[in-house]
Design a binder for this molecule. Structure first.
Ligand code: FAD
Length: 401
């Protein structure tokens, strides 16, 4: 089996490497806008990446992208090379990774023009308003209401676990606008400015100690009708486009490989009673298992790519990625913690912390990602029912019929 990408693609790879080597001093440290707004250095870096086609490569120029032909393989090569070099790939987050592809597929011309360019440039920060108290896995039971009034919808209700709502300019949210319709049919996908009167954001402290989550309360918040994406009442289908992109972000094989490399480096330096962690047979066996799983997910991603290039449906193969990748990231972080012994759990500025305290926070972050965007149990239900065609499990009666 020939797994090489071919001559033309390897020439493109060399161009990307060359760009990175010549410009790496201009790249900011750290990633995108997760957990905070992008710095001035990040915004400048993102502008350069957009100009050179290393960000938003296939987004049309009129919406602020590079305007290249959609070429999945080149997009993957760009990602591989930035990851290999340890250089920031530019602005990331729910706006760039999830909303932009959703708007390009379902948005009106006006919405694409207003929102895509500033989002790609990192000027508009977005948050995702799906979950509500009592409506997480059973998302279609959501209660936040939008009532038509003149040219506006008036929104009342509450969202929860809204990451980055405290720094966001805008929210893409699911709101029930047709209370009489069947529950999946009564939802609209709405773009809400976070500075609209009637919005209150209250922080929630997570297990990392940071307050990245929030509760968001809406009291008579007016949003123009033109901010509904797609047609009124068709938000459920549009929400699934966003969710698909959210789940793809979580299964990035490059991130798995770079975490594996960091883990190997850690295990080569950390010692217990003079023995390197990598030479301890128990740790070594866990490392080998992780390495095998990383490789299998890498080749699995190539299989999905082949399906996509041939226009074939990958079926169940696509559904396993988010579940397997999130669990594997958590398992690798757990091994990193164990390899550091009792000092492994220290972080947040402790003078004894190892590896800049990144392993405990990685562990907690990936524990969270196993839940976010659909829990592991829900993923298993989807794989078994939609992917393998097994009978549906009995449903607990919902609040809504
Ligand atoms: C790190 C992180 C970031 C997040 N960011 C956002 C965000 O920005 N915006 C947003 O809207 N939401 C966000 N969420 C919320 C997330 O989408 C929900 O937590 C998730 O959908 C689960 O919903 P829930 O918390 O209400 O749990 P529940 O749905 O109440 O589930 C509780 C438990 O029951 C299990 N369960 C539920 N139903 C079934 C079933 N049918 N079969 C088997 N088991 C079941 C679940 O797997 C889980 O273990 C985030 C969550 C995390 C952890």
């Amino acid at each position: 089996m020939d797994l090489s990408y071919g001559h033309e693609i390897e020439r493109f790879r060399a161009e990307v490497r060359d760009f990175i080597e010549q410009n790496r001093d201009r790249a900011p440290r750290g990633q995108g806008v997760m957990g905070g707004r992008a710095s001035a250095a990040m915004l400048a870096w993102q502008t350069l990446l957009l100009e050179r086609g290393y960000a938003a490569r296939s987004v049309p120029r009129e919406y602020g992208g590079y305007g290249g032909e959609p070429d999945l393989v080149k997009t993957i090569i760009v990602g591989e090379e930035f990851s290999r070099a340890g250089v920031s790939a530019g602005v990331s987050g729910p706006g760039v990774d999830m909303l932009v592809p959703t708007l390009l597929e379902h948005g009106s011309e006006d919405q694409k023009k207003r929102f895509v360019t500033p989002t790609l440039r990192g000027e508009i920060v977005w948050c995702q308003g799906y979950s509500e108290p009592g409506s997480g896995s059973d998302l279609a039971s959501l209660q936040t209401s939008g009532v038509a009034d003149g040219d506006d919808f008036v929104i009342n209700g509450q969202k929860i676990w809204t990451s980055s709502a405290h720094i966001a300019d805008m929210m893409f949210a699911l709101v029930r606008t047709e209370p009489e319709a069947r529950r999946h049919a009564g939802i609209s996908y709405v773009l809400i400015p976070m500075d609209a009167p009637g919005i209150e954001v209250r922080p929630l402290r997570g297990m990392t100690g940071d307050s990245e989550f929030n509760q968001v309360f809406f009291s008579d918040v007016r949003v123009p009708r033109s901010n509904i994406v797609g047609r009124r009442g068709e938000g459920w289908e549009i929400a699934h486009t966003t969710l698909k992109h959210e789940r793809q972000v979580a299964g990035n094989p490059r991130e798995l490989e770079s975490t594996l490399q960091s883990l190997i480096a850690l295990m080569e330096t950390e010692t217990c009673n003079g023995v390197r962690a990598i030479d301890n047979p128990l740790f070594r066996e866990r490392l080998m298992r992780a390495q095998a799983r990383v490789l299998s997910l890498k080749y699995h991603a190539m299989r999905l790519l082949t399906c996509e290039l041939r226009g074939e449906s990958p079926g169940v193969a696509e559904l396993v990625v988010k579940l397997r990748a999130c669990e594997l990231m958590q398992q690798m972080a757990a091994l990193g913690l164990d390899a550091m012994g009792e000092l492994g759990v220290l972080y947040d500025g402790s003078k004894y912390e190892r590896g800049a305290g990144s392993w405990p926070s990685e562990y907690m972050t990936w524990t969270g990602f196993i839940i976010a965007g659909g829990t592991a149990q829900i993923q298993k239900n989807i794989i078994s029912e939609r992917g393998l065609g097994l009978p549906r499990e009995p449903r607990v009666p919902s609040k809504r019929a």
